[in-house]
Design a protein around this ligand. Structure first.
Ligand code: AMP
Length: 279
């Protein structure tokens, strides 16, 4: 696996490299890699001839400075995992490479998706996500982009950004299912910050989502959201939201639409998100 730290040399390398007509698959991450990230790498290897991964903890998407400061960094292990997985290229840029002097963050007209759920609790977050993915796509110029359903709203937002920037035809966005621990907890880099006691409590998130899925036929969305909230509180979580939405646009679902249940809740300082399709 080759590693690049500079955007210009990476772009040049990918242009000059005789890829023999192979397409480029791209997996952007913030590191502290786990099986969920590696499932994206494998998906890319299935669909594209050359796989690029980036590790960049993007400051512009953190609305909480403490969350940014405490974000786990495990670069040595990450590199080992990527080499074992057979990733072709790792992009490991500094903040100045992604946001060079004179860079001005564009404003993306994301519509209502920007301010619901995660957007309501993390103002500016999705503008930051779009900014970094937009920059990374300019640099890597892939044919395929791989993202996890774990960050469901982020996938919808990035799809919209691709549309806004006229790339929907050139770049295919693929979603991968959420990789989970044996007890159901969605894999997340932030799980590393849980204390052993919190780690024991954390699967309640998935249990609550499963409860919602299993009872959706028998109860109203509101009744299920309230019950889910009670269960999370009883399990020790501080809940930001638990909500049943249309899976297409995350607006309140109308009759017959496919639904998704989404949750964001904290154990102490560690905020976790998860979601489950209901049908
Ligand atoms: P992150 O490093 O958290 O920014 O995540 C990088 C990519 O990996 C994003 O597209 C995430 O949605 C995806 N991802 C994170 N956790 C999981 C998981 N448990 N299963 C599948 N994909 C995931």
């Amino acid at each position: 696996m080759v590693i690049f730290k500079e955007a210009a040399t990476l772009s040049q390398y990918l242009q000059q490299q005789a890829l023999g007509g192979r397409s480029i698959g791209f997996v952007p991450t913030m590191g502290a890699l786990h099986e969920g990230h590696l499932s994206l790498i494998r998906k890319s290897q299935e669909m594209a001839g050359y796989t690029v991964c980036s590790i960049f903890i993007n400051p512009t998407q953190f609305n909480n400075p403490e969350d940014f400061r405490n974000y786990p960094v495990t670069i040595e292990q990450d590199i080992e995992k990527l080499v074992s997985a057979g990733c072709d290229l790792l992009f490991l840029p500094s903040v100045a490479e992604i946001y060079p002097e004179g860079y001005r963050q564009p404003h993306y007209d994301l519509g209502p998706i920007e301010t619901v759920l995660e957007g309501a609790f993390r103002p500016g977050h999705f503008q930051g996500v779009c900014a970094v993915v937009d920059r990374l796509l300019q640099i890597v110029n892939p044919h395929h982009l791989f993202m996890g359903q774990k960050d469901y709203q982020q996938c919808i937002v990035v799809n919209r950004m691709l549309k806004l920037t006229g790339r929907l035809e050139a770049i295919r966005l693929h979603l991968a299912p959420t990789a989970r621990e044996q007890d159901g907890l969605a894999m997340s880099s932030r799980n590393l910050r849980l204390t052993p006691d919190q780690r024991q409590l954390a699967p309640a998130l998935f249990q609550v989502l499963s409860y919602v899925r299993d009872h959706r036929g028998q109860a109203s969305a509101q009744a299920l959201e309230e019950e889910a909230g009670r269960r999370l509180q009883a399990a020790g979580f501080q809940t930001d939201y638990v909500s049943i939405r249309s899976s297409a646009d995350l607006m309140p679902a109308t009759n017959g639409e496919t639904e998704v249940a989404l949750v964001a809740a904290s154990l102490g300082p560690v905020r976790l998100i998860d979601n489950l399709l209901l049908s």
